[in-house]
Ligand binder design. Sequence first.
Ligand SMILES: Cc1ncc(COP(=O)(O)O)c(C=O)c1O
Length: 417
Amino acid sequence: MGYLEKVDPRIAEIIRAERRRQSETLEMIASENHVSSAVLEAAGSVFTDKYAEGYPGKRWYCGCENADAVEQLAIDRAKQLFGAEHANVQPHSGTSANLAVYLAALKPGMKIMGMRLDQGGHLSHGLEINLSGICYKAIHYGVRLDTETLDMDDVRRQALSERPDILVAGASAYSRIIDFTAFGEIARQVGCPLLSDIAHIAGLVVGRVHPDPVPHSDFVTTTTHKTLRGPRGAVILCRRQYAKAVDRAIFPGIQGGPLVHIIAAKAVSFLEAMRQDFRDYAAAIVANAQALAGELMGRGWRLVSGGTDNHLMLVDLRSRRADLTGHVAATWLAGAGIIANKNAIPFDPRPPVEASGVRLGTPALTTRGMRAVEMKRVAAWIDRVMMSNGEDSLLTTVAREVRELCGQFPIPDGKQT
Ligand SMILES: Cc1ncc(COP(=O)(O)O)c(C=O)c1O
């Protein structure tokens, strides 16, 4: 960091502090990960200088020959990786990707049907204060009270009676396999397109440890920075018939110039995700989540839906600590070097800012090389912290032990130094 250090020592210092924070704590936010140095290098490349409004071969500005090469490669790799007919690699975020799909598929005022936010859905699936809920009429399906899982017969009944103009499958806090085949059948029965938002599980899908939504969906959106382990951003995949509408929805519909440096980094991450070692990684994410879930349940913590099939789990704190909110638990865990987030659990009596749950994910720990043995230790620390009263001495002790473990499992590629 030679130049930055000279030009802006304060920012250089903050970045160093962030690097230290990441290397000395356990990142268990299910939507976060540690990218490779190759991805980081591409994201920090000279492409940040370039304006490239438009698409490869059809730009508004000159000097785009290298931007064209990068974006075309990213598109080709995305199509190959996901087996999709068309890919748009320009969305700046998962939310922008979803909004672009709505713009491509709907007229204002039409009906979106997605999963309830307070039961695991995402705000871009029709929250009333998100553009998706402001411009469109949003209705929501949820999980069953008894199983805390989606019941596809219920979803079907609701969809057939409500007749949405687009059906949205996908979630931010759902620990079970999503039945994209059934979602596809329901959408066809209703006569509307299916948008599968695989922001969280994209890495598991391409790693072949979660069923593939692409053959059943008209549109698939995903962020690139979660289990897929790429840069911050997103991608839209769609059937050929929607290609033009999707491209126009992104530019000029909701975005101006693309972030070419980020597209370069997306291309790198797609290449990495094609390798066999990425499949091993995806399998290890799920194995770790199941090991951690087993350990926590063995200690008496109830997990929403009774466990996990993917990279995350939701701990129902009320199962052992009726007094403990998700907000307080996440704060104590952070004090002990375990970074997680509070999360509403289905039918949560508490408001979302307090919440009765904590969401835990294994993608980042798995990237560091941790496996079942380490999950056992992590579960023991989580249990110790969540059964405590958040005393400083205990949090400091656990944080020291966490730091020691982190030292044995450095973030790959030497990024920790
Ligand atoms: C299911 C789902 N869709 C979309 C998004 C939005 O991604 P972004 O934060 O990049 O807008 C998320 C992010 O958590 C998500 O979980």
